[in-house]
Design a protein around this ligand. Structure first.
Ligand code: SF4
Length: 375
């Protein structure tokens, strides 16, 4: 059996998001690093590599599969109660010390991160998503931009089968990759981790490409929600949160902003876990900046009404939640407030039927469908 790196390097095909440079070098456009890659080497993400002047990219496997309530992604303004069939590959272009998906994202950097891949086709994935009752299929768990070719192959099948599609991403994009995924992507969550470029450099990135991604996504018509994991002492100063929220308002005050609670994970075990008071303060800053839809996550029942969607015009409660559980749904069939008629931005079903699950679960494994790659 080969190493994980050997196995992954065999499950590739030639990529579409790159240009050829001189001396057999290539430049990749799948993420904001825009790596120039000499022949025989890989980019920063370690999963896209140059062999003989061709960029090879991950193909035909998944590193993780899970059925999630769409509220977990989190999307609060897109098909509430829907099941999001979530898949991920391996690798990431950043190396956040607090990553909650480090087993898949850091699989090629950290020997402790072991996530054996499973070979699977787009058709099999979509069949499985349908059999689970999913409405949306989501590329997540690793950084999906670096595996965009594979995501688009799956999204093409998914769209043909009537599924919606989404990315859950760090947002370190480029104009080229966003244009590439745009025709096939309905929903996009960006993890805006900080509003300080020095903090982003600690995580292995830069702030500017993320801000440009947020602007381009909003202009593209893809439904966009933003999450900030609030880490005490790292990104929770009043000044930083104020500038972050003001930036989002400058793009659109209708973009939902989720502030979520950090818990000690992976290599970041120094900061205390985020308190409910910290979430409430961040939410207040967001609302004072002018954001109309601000949510506090990961501390169900401890954040007042910040798990609910309320009408910004008349304050009527439109969707009540506890964690990922939808407790009540009052939007009209056209996605409006039933009290004052204000249109609520988002992607809404004409009717709330029921919620498939308020908890994540692993899809059943049908014999013969999935094969552990190289095992
Ligand atoms: S996806 Fe990003 S990190 Fe990976 S090779 Fe391309 S530009 Fe570099």
């Amino acid at each position: 059996m080969g190493s994980l790196g050997d196995i992954i390097n065999q499950h590739v095909r030639s990529g579409e998001l790159y240009e050829k440079l001189d001396r057999n070098r290539v430049r990749c456009f799948a993420c904001g690093h825009c790596c120039p890659i000499p022949d025989g080497l890989a980019g920063v993400c370690k999963v896209r590599f140059n062999r003989g002047g061709t960029l090879y990219v991950p193909w035909d496997y998944v590193g993780a599969l899970q059925c999630d309530p769409i509220e977990k992604k989190p999307f609060f303004h897109a098909y509430p109660g829907a099941l999001a069939y979530s898949f991920g590959m391996l690798g990431c272009d950043l190396h956040c010390a607090y990553c909650q998906n480090w087993v898949t994202s850091q699989a090629l950097r950290d020997p402790a991160a072991v996530a054996p891949p499973m070979q699977i086709s787009p058709e099999e994935l979509v069949d499985d998503a349908l059999s689970q009752g999913a409405k949306v299929i989501v590329s997540t768990y690793n950084e999906p931009l670096i595996t965009s070719e594979w995501a688009v192959a799956i999204f093409r099948e998914a769209r043909a089968a009537g599924l919606m599609t989404g990315f859950v991403s760090n947002g370190n994009g480029t104009p080229q990759v966003l244009e590439y995924i745009r025709p096939w992507t309905d929903l996009y969550k960006v993890d805006l981790k900080s509003f300080d470029d020095r903090h982003y450099r600690q995580l292995g990135g830069r702030l500017q490409p993320i801000l440009e991604t947020i602007r381009q996504l909003h202009q593209s018509g893809i439904w966009l929600e933003i999450v900030t994991l609030l880490i005490p002492g790292f990104n929770d100063s009043v000044d930083e949160l104020k500038r972050l929220a003001e930036f989002l308002v400058s793009v659109s005050p209708d973009i939902p902003w989720h502030v979520t609670a950090f818990h000690k994970d992976y290599k970041m075990t120094d900061p205390e876990n985020t308190s409910a008071a910290g979430l409430l303060q961040a939410a207040r800053i967001g609302k004072e900046a002018g954001l109309r839809y601000v949510y506090a996550g990961n501390l169900p029942g401890n954040v007042g009404d910040l798990e609910n969607t309320s009408c910004p015009q008349c304050q009527a409660v439109l969707i009540e939640r506890y964690g990922y559980l939808i407790q009540a749904y009052h939007l009209t069939s056209s996605g409006s407030c039933p009290t004052c008629g204000s249109k609520i931005p988002g992607r809404w079903d004409a009717k709330f039927e029921h919620q498939i699950t308020p908890f994540p679960y692993h899809p059943s494994r049908r014999r013969g469908t999935r094969r552990r790659v190289g095992l």
